[in-house]
Structure formats: structure tokens, C-alpha cells
Design a binder for this molecule. Structure first.
Ligand code: HEM
Length: 121
């Protein structure tokens, strides 16, 4: 498959992850225990995380990157952090607001690794 397919899948995964987490956090902020929103948010963010990972690793080989490039290691750490934060989202609704901004910050950092480090460096 051409690399642009993986780029589209990578970005689709990012959109899904942030939509899903946004829904889960908004649910906490609204003090709601709506099960349908929880299900939709969990499924969307879970598939998104998987797509980011699969398409990210496909791009590493398709575009000829090395797994040990620092900007990629940072992105993998960010991916782990974004995956792990679901525990806090589900168990600590009181942290919803700081998590909202921290998750956004992690996304900006991951994008900066691409456009600031990989393409400028
Ligand atoms: C396991 C984790 C990840 C890996 C292995 C990975 C890998 C990659 C690779 C190889 C590229 C292509 C760079 C190029 O064109 O040469 C890329 C692009 C990109 N990544 Fe990631 N990434 C990961 C996680 C993330 C996360 C968590 C985000 C944001 C939340 C993100 C945002 C982006 C963006 C915005 C682009 C540029 C669009 C594109 O070319 O697809 N990445 N990533």
C-alpha cells in the first residue's frame, strides 16, 4: 500500500482518539454516568490508539525511518502516556479538567515532533 494510506490512517486514529477522550472527559465534567457516551468514547478512543500505532509503525518502514530516531521515541512514549491516561479518565473524574489540557498538550508535542524536529531538524 502507498504511504499516504498509512498517513490518512494515522491522522484518522488521532482524530478518533481525541474525539473519544473528549467525549469521556466531557461526560465526567457534566457529572454524568451516561453508559452510551462511555461506550462510544471508549470504543472510538481504543480504535484510534490502535490505528495510530499500526499506521505509525507502517510509516516507519515505508518511509525508511529508524525506530531509534529520537523524535520517534518521544512519539512512542507519548503514545504510551495517551494509552495509559484512560485509567485516570475512568477512575478520577475529578481530574477531568487538568486531563483535558494535558492530553491536548501531549497531542501538540507529538505534532511538534513531526513538524518541528523531523521536518526542520
Ligand atoms: C507509536 C507511536 C507513533 C509512531 C510510531 C508514529 C510515527 C509517525 C511517522 C513515521 C510519521 C511520518 C513522518 C514522515 O512523514 O516522515 C508520523 C506522522 C505524524 N504523527 Fe505520528 N507516530 C506515533 C504517534 C503519534 C501520536 C500519538 C500523534 C498525535 C497525537 C502523532 C501525530 C502525528 C502527526 C500529526 C503526523 C504528521 C501527519 C502524517 O504524516 O501522517 N503521532 N508519525
Amino acid at each position: 500500500m502507498p504511504p499516504y494510506i498509512y498517513q490518512i490512517l494515522h491522522v484518522t486514529g488521532i482524530i478518533m482518539l481525541f474525539m473519544g477522550y473528549g467525549a469521556l472527559l466531557a461526560r465526567s465534567l457534566a457529572n454524568s454516568d451516561n453508559a452510551a457516551v462511555r461506550k462510544l468514547g471508549s470504543i472510538t478512543s481504543g480504535i484510534g490508539l490502535l490505528l495510530i500505532l499500526i499506521a505509525g509503525f507502517a510509516m516507519i518502514s515505508k518511509l525508511g525511518h529508524s525506530f531509534t530516531e529520537p523524535w520517534l521515541i518521544v512519539k512512542m512514549v507519548i503514545w504510551l502516556a495517551l494509552g495509559g491516561v484512560i485509567v485516570l479518565i475512568n477512575r478520577k473524574p475529578a481530574l477531568a479538567k487538568p486531563l483535558w489540557w494535558s492530553i491536548l498538550g501531549l497531542g501538540i508535542l507529538a505534532a511538534a515532533m513531526v513538524y518541528f524536529v523531523r521536518f526542520q531538524g
